[in-house]
Design a protein around this ligand. Structure first.
Ligand code: H2U
Ligand code: ZN
Length: 338
């Protein structure tokens, strides 16, 4: 008899069409998780060297205003530029390139340098959600922009250049890879079954419960059945809606609440400010309705066993298929336990 808790198997990700290898037997060895502090002195409330703190200078000579809640600016080192001319190159069907115009912004969540989402109060977080909605609508209304990717890198391990609470927005003319895969899967599901992929998935998870980590009236947080990262989660809107601009006021509060509670759980797991990349997946801004899209966020945290032991996608994972040891069910149980 096959045992899902013990025997190697692979799981299918219906959003991307990819597989992950699960090897739970490798965690049978005794748990040796240690409690380690993040090290270093605590961050100050204001850092005169921080390019995101109010009143401070940024690269290129610009100075931040003395902002009091959120603050949005165009990225001084933008990966995408609005002035890029549209063009395409192709040779022999093999060498293909397209110019990629876009707009990149940085959103400071707060003037305070040393808070994270977990430590912010709900009203301040609601303000951040409102800014995401505004930015999504504003950038998305630009006819040259088809997708608005809002994401946060938290912690030096994930490439965040600065502990000041902030996120980035990269908006582009084309659909990014991950979004494109998820869109194709959601569309195919809808066409073949006349239903929403993530609405159906929510039903399964709400009935099963073992992968559920957090829940409020508007959102459910699960360790997805097909998770790759040890403590990966998905934050899924309970109502079928394509994008953040369709959230009601109560649902925006719900998003703020669930983000705070989820990141607080992460921080409690290894007693550190938990690093992650988080991002919102939603309807492209190409002017179409996109009934197939179901709003959700992904948290991809790299930590595995402690503050310092992280997972890398190397070896077999780079050359063949991503792999995990701890099962999604066990990860959800750990997260629920803190
Ligand atoms: P990360 O912490 O996720 O790297 O985001 C910070 C962004 O801030 C990064 O994209 C930008 C970087 O280009 N930045 C500025 O726009 N101005 C600065 O003075 C420094 C950094
Ligand atoms: Zn700062």
């Amino acid at each position: 008899m096959f045992d899902w808790k013990q025997d190697p198997h692979r799981r299918y990700n219906p959003l991307t069409g990819e597989w992950v290898l699960v090897s739970p037997q490798r965690t049978a060895r005794p748990w040796q998780g240690r409690v380690e502090s993040g090290g270093g002195a605590p961050e100050p409330e204001y850092d005169p060297e921080c390019y995101l703190c109010p009143g401070n200078a940024r690269a290129g000579g610009l100075r931040n205003p003395n902002y009091t809640s959120t603050f949005v600016f165009d990225n001084d080192f933008a990966a995408l530029k609005p002035s890029t001319p549209v063009d395409r190159f192709e040779e022999g069907g093999l060498l293909i390139a397209e110019s990629e115009p876009g707009i990149c912004r940085v959103v400071c969540f707060l003037p305070r340098h040393n808070l994270t989402i977990a430590g912010m109060d709900p009203a301040a977080l609601r303000k951040v959600v409102d800014v995401w909605v505004e930015q999504y609508a504003e950038l998305g209304s630009n006819p040259a922009i088809e997708y608005v990717q809002i994401f946060e890198n938290r912690g030096a391990m994930m490439g965040a250049s600065n502990p000041h609470p902030h996120c980035q927005i990269w908006s582009s003319r084309s659909l990014p890879n991950e979004v494109s895969k998820e869109q194709a899967s959601q569309r195919a599901w809808r066409e073949e079954r006349g239903a929403c992929l993530l609405c159906e998935y929510l039903k399964l998870e709400r009935a099963a419960r073992h992968r559920v980590v957090e829940e409020n009236d508007s959102f459910l947080v699960v360790v997805p059945f097909w998770a790759v990262w040890p403590f990966e989660t998905a934050v899924v809107s309970k109502r079928h809606l394509p994008s953040i601009d369709r959230l009601s006021g109560a649902e925006r509060d719900g998003l703020a609440d669930i983000l705070k509670r989820t990141t607080a759980r992460y921080d409690r797991l290894f007693h550190v400010s938990f690093p992650y990349s988080m991002g919102i997946h939603q309807r492209p801004t190409d002017g179409l309705e996109h009934e197939e899209w179901h709003l959700h966020l992904h948290f991809y945290p790299p930590l595995l066993r402690s503050a310092t032991v992280r997972k890398f996608l190397v070896g077999y994972e780079m050359l063949a298929t991503p792999q995990r040891d701890i099962t999604p069910e066990a990860a959800a149980e750990r997260l629920r336990g803190v």
